[in-house]
Design a binder for this molecule. Structure first.
Ligand SMILES: [Zn+2]
Length: 307
């Protein structure tokens, strides 16, 4: 990797680490306790977790234990280094009873950055088709994955991929697959009122919190960030997990009135001489999302898709 490319990843790596543990303070228990979790609807169903970076699984650790999903991870989490952090995620999956799927650290972070920057749909479309085939072969009933937060471009790409792959699988088989997201930088208790009736909510008991903390503290690449988060917020921040229902089209219809964070941040880095190029929503991300949906549209839909 060139030095300039490496420099571009300094912050990307830090963000990918921080996004995992930047849990927020606390929770509105009065609202949560008044609700009955709809998780029972999905209990026993076949689940997949699809995330951009290894380590994201910590945010939904108890769901991981409960649902035991098959897990796809787009990058190896190497950032600007040559060291993958997939092994740490593999340990967590094994202890939770989950398992890696067919796409597991497919790209380096440098590689996926270049894919987005150069708009390499010839690499993204095979990934889309492979993900759809995975959903079909594993007979997945519902998927949880990165939310679209405008924060990290790999997270955004992952969200585009999930929605398009679910729709592609649905069109090919006629089977519905439910689509959920979870926040990586936002408050873990953030779930809009209008979504709560159909969201998966897991309040963690003391034992589940302890296991989640042990998993986070046992992730050596994130040790510093986990310690910082615990010191700042305390363990209670780990006590809620929300998987929120999300439309498959999320992102593609998004008309950013405001410049997304990743773009404004990239502009600052470029101005400071740290970046040569800035990944932008309209120039880079939206065309990739549109290319994926054009691929989806090649398969006729049997029925209107609510999502
Ligand atoms: Zn990340």
């Amino acid at each position: 990797m060139s030095e300039k490319v490496s420099e571009r990843f300094v912050v990307t790596l830090k963000k990918s680490l921080m996004c995992v543990i930047s849990f927020a303070p606390l929770l509105n228990f009065s609202k949560i306790q008044a609700m009955e979790s709809p998780y029972s609807k999905q209990k026993g169903k076949r689940a997949a977790l699809i995330i951009a970076h290894p380590g994201h699984e910590l945010r939904v650790h108890h769901w991981l234990e409960e649902a035991k999903p098959v897990v796809l991870v787009l990058t190896d989490g190497s950032g600007r280094t040559s060291k993958s952090r997939l092994e740490s995620t593999t340990r967590i999956l094994q202890r939770a009873g989950a398992r890696p799927g067919s796409i597991y650290g497919r790209f380096t972070d440098a590689g996926i950055y270049e894919i987005m920057l150069q708009g390499k749909s010839d690499l993204v479309l095979p990934l889309l088709n492979e993900t759809a085939e995975f959903l079909i072969a594993e007979q997945i009933d519902y998927v949880a994955g990165d939310a679209l937060e405008g924060y990290n471009t790999s997270h955004e790409l992952c969200r585009y991929l999930i929605g398009a792959a679910i729709e592609l699988a649905r069109r090919k088989t006629g089977r519905e697959i439910a689509n959920y997201d979870f926040l990586l930088t936002g408050r873990p208790d953030e779930c809009p009122e209008r979504l709560r009736a159909n969201a998966i909510h897991l309040p963690l008991d003391d034992a589940a919190i302890a296991r989640k903390l042990a998993a986070a503290e046992g992730y050596p690449e994130l040790k510093h960030e986990v310690e910082g988060a615990l010191k700042q917020f305390g363990k209670i921040l780990f006590a809620q997990e929300w998987l929120r229902p999300v439309p498959n089209h999320t992102g593609i219809n998004l008309d950013h009135a405001e410049v997304p964070y990743y773009e404004s941040y990239g502009e600052k880095q470029k101005a400071a001489g740290h970046y040569q190029h800035v990944i932008r929503f309209r120039e880079h991300m939206l065309p990739l999302a549109q290319a994926m949906w054009a691929e989806v549209e090649k398969v006729n839909s049997g029925s209107p898709c609510a999502f």
